[in-house]
Every structure is written in structure tokens, then in C-alpha cells.
Design a protein around this ligand. Sequence first.
Ligand code: ARG
Length: 268
Amino acid sequence: MRHYLMVRPAYFDVAYSINPWMDPGKPTDAGLAVAQWDWLRDLYLDLGHRVDLLDPVPGLPDMVYAANGATVVDGRVLVARFRHRQRRGESVAYLKWFAGHGYRDVRQARWANEGEGDFLVAGPRILAGSGFRTDPRAHAEAAAFFGLPVVGLTLTDPRYYHLDTALAVLADDVIVYAPEAFSEDSRRRLEQLYPDAVVASAADTAVFGLNAVSDGRHVILPQAATRLMAQLRERGFEPIGADLSELLKGGGSVKCCTLELRHGGEEH
Ligand code: ARG
């Protein structure tokens, strides 16, 4: 069983553009965004997971992308420091939520980092992106705060501006990624660390197929990533396709909407 934190997109909108997917000229439909998001939350519950909710705040239309709010490992919470001023107000809501829900070691990051957008926990280590959002100095900060080794990876394609748009952790030692989204050094590092990784096609990456959530068995991912679904089945995972077309207009999908709460021994 996994424990997730989500934010209902009641105030969803694309009111500004901070990534190449966002076009404020295109109409959005907050009602449809809520319906698609409800489907995802219900799916997690049906799969036996626990979902907690953080209340959306008017004027913060990107709040639905809960993965960006914090990184939580062993009950320790490193709250995000957003790169863009449009999202900075979100940190306050996360600081309050965690403090009010029994988490004791809660701190806002000193260096820009956008939570699980760029920090992906993979078993004994954290894979950490930079290049567009997260300050590389945030990597050492996270290593010290969590007491875990952090592997820094450089993103080079503006369409894949967060690590969770170019790489997904399927199990502690199994990842899927899009090599073309990374610098040559980072590609080499990933090949070394994960010789058996699933390599995604450019077509599946372009429909946000890598923005996936795995519970170790089921992998929930954008339904348009059909080839990736077949690859996952071959590896023994059960892919489940999701339609989050509204949320894609903001440059996010399944993983962006899902913050995993990993607590060590204590219950919350
Ligand atoms: N519009 C949001 C932004 O640009 C989308 C964030 C997507 N989240 C993610 N985990 N990749 O910040």
C-alpha cells in the first residue's frame, strides 16, 4: 500500500506559461480537469492505496501538480522552493499541511527545488534532475537532509523540464527513461547504474508517457503511451492508461498530480 497526497484542481487554469506545454490562449475546463483527477484518485483507492488531500488555493492554478510541493522520505519533509514566482505561494500550504499532520521534521528548502518533479526516490538513492527548475545546489542539500546518496542528472530538452517527465521509477532498481532528454554525461551515468532499464520511445515520451506512478506492480501512465504499455507488460508490470488531457495543458500528468508520502516507522 502506498500513501499519496493530492490537490483537487478546483481552480485549474493555464493563466501563464512557465513551460513549453502551457498556452494561456487555449481554453481550459476546470470541471473536466476535476473529473479526470477524480478518476485518478478513485483508481488509487481501488488499488488499495491511501490518498490524503490538501485544499486547493484560489489564485494558484498549478497546485494540482502536488508532486512539486515537497519530497518526503522516512517521514522527513523537504518542502519545495519554487523557481517561478507564480508558484511560490504553494510552499506555504505544504508547510502548513505537513506541520498539521504530525510530521516533525519539516523544513523548506534553501535552494530552488520542485519536490518530486526533480527528486525521484529509487530504493537506496535519490535521482535528482536539474537544468530547468532545480538548483544543482539543492542536490547536496537533499543528500544531507535525507542522509541518502543523490545522483545528479542534467536535463537538456525544455519540453522535459522536470525529471519526472523524462524518467520514472518502476521498482527500487527498475527505471524507465528517455535518453534524449539528458546530457551525454547523465545518459552514461544512467546506463552504468541501470543497464536493464526500460528505454522509452520518443513518441511515448512526447505524449508524457514517462510521467507515471508505479506501486511496484501497477503502473499508471498516460493512455497515449501505447508502446510503453507493451514494454511494461513484457517486464511483468500491469500498465493502466489514464486520460488526463486537461492537466496536460499545464504540462503535467499522472505523476505530477501525485506526491508520495513515505513515512518510516511512524503512522500519520
Ligand atoms: N505548470 C506546472 C509547472 O510548470 C506543471 C508542473 C508539472 N509537474 C511535474 N511534476 N512535472 O510548474
